[in-house]
Design a protein around this ligand. Structure first.
Ligand code: IMP
Ligand code: MG
Length: 175
């Protein structure tokens, strides 16, 4: 493996932005309880940090939806590898995702969750690559808009590596 990682967004800048998102979300949901749904595995670092910055009550659940293989190309196939443990009916649901790329995964997931009758359904993503969008997905909260490059760190992987980097980086030296 000859790939290298170039820092794109520093640990300090990510932390600062997550605090801002937490404040904004806390204001928007004042007087309510938020049911956070983490999209595994990539969303887990972001959800933990975000949840700590939200001041209204939160509950959490986890879902695993796959569309990627081991490389940097989407397979285009969306499947639920792990479903939620609890019902979302009547809850204020906020999906927490690492990155929206083509939009295929979230387009599918929003549709599935909508049918389960939540009181509200919103989407928060740490990173957004708008140039790559194929499906029209409405994103309510975005950490950073980024260019069309392959990203790792803060939960995001390349062939299951680099999720634990505390900053956001770009993979260089791969096809
Ligand atoms: P989408 O369905 O194309 O929007 O892709 C969604 C999923 O693909 C994300 O939740 C990530 O898990 C993965 N993904 C998309 N772009 C990247 C990237 O740049 N680095 C790592 N994973 C990515
Ligand atoms: Mg993901």
């Amino acid at each position: 493996m000859s790939e290298t990682i170039r820092e794109l967004i520093s640990e300090e800048d990510v932390d600062k932005r997550i605090r801002e998102l937490g404040e904004q979300i806390s204001r928007d949901y004042a007087g309510k309880q938020i049911h956070l749904i983490c999209v595994l595995k990539g969303g887990v670092f972001f959800m933990c940090e975000l949840a700590k910055r939200i001041t209204v009550p939160v509950s959490m659940d986890f879902m695993c939806v796959g569309s990627y293989g081991d490389g940097t190309k989407s397979s285009g196939v969306v499947r639920i590898a792990k479903d939620l443990d609890e019902s979302i009916e009547g809850k204020e649901v906020l999906i927490v995702e690492d990155i929206i790329d083509s939009g295929n995964t979230l387009y599918y997931l929003m549709d599935v969750l909508h049918r389960r009758n939540p009181a509200s359904l919103r989407l928060c993503t740490l990173l957004d690559k708008p140039e790559r969008r194929v499906k029209d997905v409405k994103v309510d909260y975005v950490g950073f808009e980024i260019p069309d490059e392959f990203i790792v760190g803060y939960g995001l992987d390349y062939a299951q590596k680099y999720r634990n980097l505390p900053y956001i980086g770009v993979v260089e030296g791969v096809e």
